[in-house]
Ligand binder design. Sequence first.
Ligand code: ADP
Length: 484
Amino acid sequence: MNDRLNDSALLRTQLFVDGEWRDGKGEAFDVLDPGNGSLVARMSAATAADVEDALAAAEAAFGGWAATTAPERAKVMRRWYELIVEHADDLATILTAEQGKPWAEARGEILYGAGFVEWYAEECKRVYGDVIPTNNAGRRLLTVRQPVGVTAAITPWNFPSAMILRKVAPAIAAGCPMVVKPADETPLSATALAELAHRAGVPAGVLAVVPGPAEEVGGVLTGSPVVRALSFTGSTAVGKLLMRQCAGTVKKLALELGGNAPLIVFDDADLDLAVAGAMASKFRNAGQTCVCANRILVQSGIHDAFVERLSAAVAALTVGYGFDEGSEQGPLISDEAVAKVQRHIDDAVAGGAQVVQGGGTHELGGTFFEPTLLTGVRGDMLVAREETFGPLAAVIRFETEEEAVALANDTEFGLAAYFFTGSLGRTWRVGEALDFGVVGINTGLISYEGAPFGGVKESGLGREGSRHGIDEFTEMKYLCIDGL
Ligand code: ADP
């Protein structure tokens, strides 16, 4: 690993607590390269006591950090942003080694994540309050927005860098310290970011990284009265569990949970846009994102032409080890992930679906999986009910707009949806009718730090990115000044 890095000090295998690197009291664990199963590093693990230490340091740091002016925080954050960009190659290398995605895609994630740091470095200067027209001549009414206090983040392995920056940036911009528990599979991206935050001058205690056993570390973060807000990205099942655990101390919650994104192609769509959008949305990160198109709904009139074009694009994808030049789709994260994709394919085929491309594990072995295209899928099949989280494009045919909207909304999830149409009327009608937090129209790529990202229904609570993302880490206070 070290020989791939320009700055080997970015590879950190300890906890970052109170501005220092230290060994956790837990049993160290292996971080493996999903591309070949080799050992990337042994990572130190936190116990509950380590997490308590991180929270105590965060609590101690809170007053001082909250009292800094917005331009002071912006300056530190700007330095952090610049260091992340400067070290983007190394950060991408660490990310690919522990997560598997192609290196160029990993580098894209680093820059995307850095965008949140840059954006919130500016946005902290605009955390405005209101002056409210008074109801009484002797009174003045106003609101201020103040940092909520110590915050915590629990993040997944699919975007080991961006999911952390998307949470830490608005938190520290608002004046809140944050304690981060990264996914067990991908702690090294988190510690590398902490190293750069430290170099940028983020004060001790303002950022901590505590990898370790999920239940133990998560138990302290959700149970401690010190933590006033939790931001979580991960599965709906774990999100619900954390929500219950946070109930005891009534924390503010931001939850980015699972999705079951529909991507609808109407007869009047531009075929080039629709195919490009479906490829980008479905196969990015080997299909392992919560906004990946999980159900591709295609209207009868365009169905065959779309499938033919999509099939060619799927066949042209290059599967390969993340560090190999030209690799477009890396391995899946685990054997369980492979088993789930295969289960969805088998269930669909047993129900009458056709395999147009792929259909099984890739000849590279390990957790590499063939980019797969199925047609003849129905809404009641597993692949349409559950999030596949793999490189499986499932095409469902429909006849009318009403049918498409009903099919699309027929899920307990509501994160991202996409549709392709050339009609302005349909853009409005369908855009308003879809029960999803994010809707991409004539595009499969919607993520941008300046826009609000988040779900409805069981896909979560709150928004990340944009001016709304900072609300998760502030409380509004109403000041009623009388006796004037
Ligand atoms: P995924 O299926 O993407 O791994 P998870 O929801 O299992 O999604 O994991 C997302 C994050 O939640 C990871 O950091 C994981 O370690 C953490 N996590 C999983 N189970 C728990 C738990 N019981 N308590 C706290 N954190 C958990």
